[in-house]
Design a protein around this ligand. Structure first.
Ligand code: SF4
Length: 473
């Protein structure tokens, strides 16, 4: 397909945005993982990658004319696998590159661009700060740390993200005092821990590095040394595990008092060792049993008092992931890193090009190149329903009408009505909030619903791939 430079028209420049940063390093590859990541964790390789990510962040912010940052999500890979002496300055420099206001910016007003690359936090240019700036932070933080860089005097400048929700993903085996020191002294205010299961056998089946003992240690450390928000990932439908065992995992997760749990079902991805093991008959997956396991775990999470605000995501009140909500509401977000994607919606009523989807076409060069897919309003409306109807809050019908004209919402309502006779529509929400939402059983069979709906889609004739080479200035 032909590629040519594109400058984003003003209606696609967002006022606020969510940013996903892909940190593609892991200490080892899990058997089921289809994500891009490398296990080459030597300092030089990692530092080079971090510099590239920072350069890309600066470039994107210039391209988008420095929008207000609403959420930041550092995912992977495994961000906690990156040594704290590199992670800590990276988080701080990233905040600066994104233009996030900080409580502890140097009095001189120095910015990231004024610093030498890779200067350690608390180095000569950056004075160490007191370690008790975060409410509830233990005063002994830093004692007995495993990493020399996290000993007394090691501290990033004390930034805070203000209203920004800033999540860092972590795996239990790499959550130690040094990692917690790095994130405590950064703008991060939410840690998402990849537990997946509390059972050693299940962890081995998945090829995870953690053990039950490491998970318990990480959770204890989070309680003792982290005052920010916490989330935990679980996987149901692991070969050899019964629904009761999956429910037990969910119960243990709920017992931690953690405010957010994501519950996924194991899916064998192409090219993974898991798929090879299944093909060779070394492991067996029964789809029915998998679904039963997911349901049993989900019911147990609900019983612990968490609400399923999205099919796979459970939270205490106000514990929802704001970053994920941006995806489900199709609010603008961008990605930084090798596997990054983003979507920007037009603020104008524009049936032919209602949104653009940015995907990194090649990583490493500057200025970075993005493939851009153009989405017409019907396609965007369909996508909005596809993701929005997974959530308890559903889809704002006035948003849909703004996007497609009020006519487009009628076939949608009619389709759901025909399909389910209103059985699955959350009528209270529709009446009181003007939102189309499904009650729980409907949300869980959404894929079936959407394929049976007659929504107009014109994407194939409107999709094209362009390349952004520089900011539109
Ligand atoms: S830690 Fe996460 S990103 Fe890394 S290999 Fe395992 S599942 Fe994949």
């Amino acid at each position: 397909m032909a590629q040519r430079p594109i400058a984003l028209p003003p209606e696609f420049i967002p006022s606020d945005i969510g940013v996903y940063v892909h940190l593609p390093f892991c200490s080892a590859r899990c058997y089921y993982c289809g994500f891009h990541s490398s296990t080459k964790l030597d300092d030089e390789v990692v530092a080079q990658m971090l510099e590239r990510l920072l350069a890309e962040a600066r470039s994107l912010m210039a391209l988008l004319e420095k929008p207000r940052i609403d959420t930041v999500y550092i995912g992977g890979g495994t961000p906690s696998a990156v040594p704290a002496r590199l992670l800590c300055p990276f988080l701080e420099r990233l905040a600066d590159a994104l233009g996030i206001a900080s409580k502890g910016s140097p009095p001189s007003g120095k910015r990231e661009s004024d610093r030498g690359s890779g200067a350690p936090c608390g180095g000569p240019e950056w004075k160490p700060h007191a370690t008790a700036s975060r409410p509830g932070r233990p005063s002994d933080l830093g004692n007995g740390d495993e990493n020399p860089a996290s000993g007394p005097g090691f501290s990033c400048s004390q930034r805070h993200a203000g209203a920004v929700e800033w999540t860092v993903e972590a795996n239990p085996e790499t959550v130690g005092p040094d990692f917690l020191l790095a994130v405590n002294d950064s703008p991060a205010n939410r840690i998402s821990l990849g537990v997946q299961s509390f059972d050693d056998g299940a962890l081995q089946t998945l090829g995870r590095q953690a053990s039950r003992e490491r998970i318990d240690r990480a959770l204890d450390l989070l309680v003792a040394r982290w005052s920010g928000r916490r989330s935990l990932d679980l996987i149901a439908g692991i070969p050899g595990r019964t629904p009761e065992a999956a429910a037990h995992d969910a119960e243990l997760a709920g017992a931690t008092g953690i405010e957010h749990v994501s519950l996924y079902q194991l899916t064998p991805e192409p090219g993974t060792p898991l798929l090879d093991m299944l093909a060779a008959g070394q492991l067996q997956l029964d789809q029915h049993m998998q679904e039963e396991a997911w349901l049993a775990a989900a019911e147990r999470l609900l019983a612990t008092g968490l609400a399923d605000y999205e099919v796979s995501n459970f939270a205490q009140p106000n514990g929802e992931s704001r970053h994920n909500q941006r995806y489900w509401r199709m609010h603008p977000y961008v990605g930084i890193g090798p596997s990054a994607v983003g979507t920007l919606r037009s603020s104008a009523r524009a049936p032919d090009v209602a949104a653009v989807r940015l995907t990194r076409s090649a990583f490493g060069g500057l200025p970075p190149k993005y493939s851009i897919e153009l989405l017409d309003s019907d396609t965007l409306a369909f996508e909005l329903c596809m993701v929005g109807l997974r959530t308890a809050e559903g889809v704002d019908l006035s948003d849909l009408a703004r996007l497609t004209g009020s006519d487009a919402t009628r076939p949608l309502l009619r389709g759901i009505e025909d399909w389910a006779g209103f059985k699955y529509i959350d009528r209270e929400r529709l009446r009181l909030e003007g939102r189309l939402a499904l009650i729980r059983p409907g949300r869980r069979i959404l894929d079936h619903l959407l394929t049976s709906l007659e929504l107009p889609r014109r994407r194939p004739s409107h999709a094209s791939v362009w390349t952004v080479r520089s900011a539109p200035r």
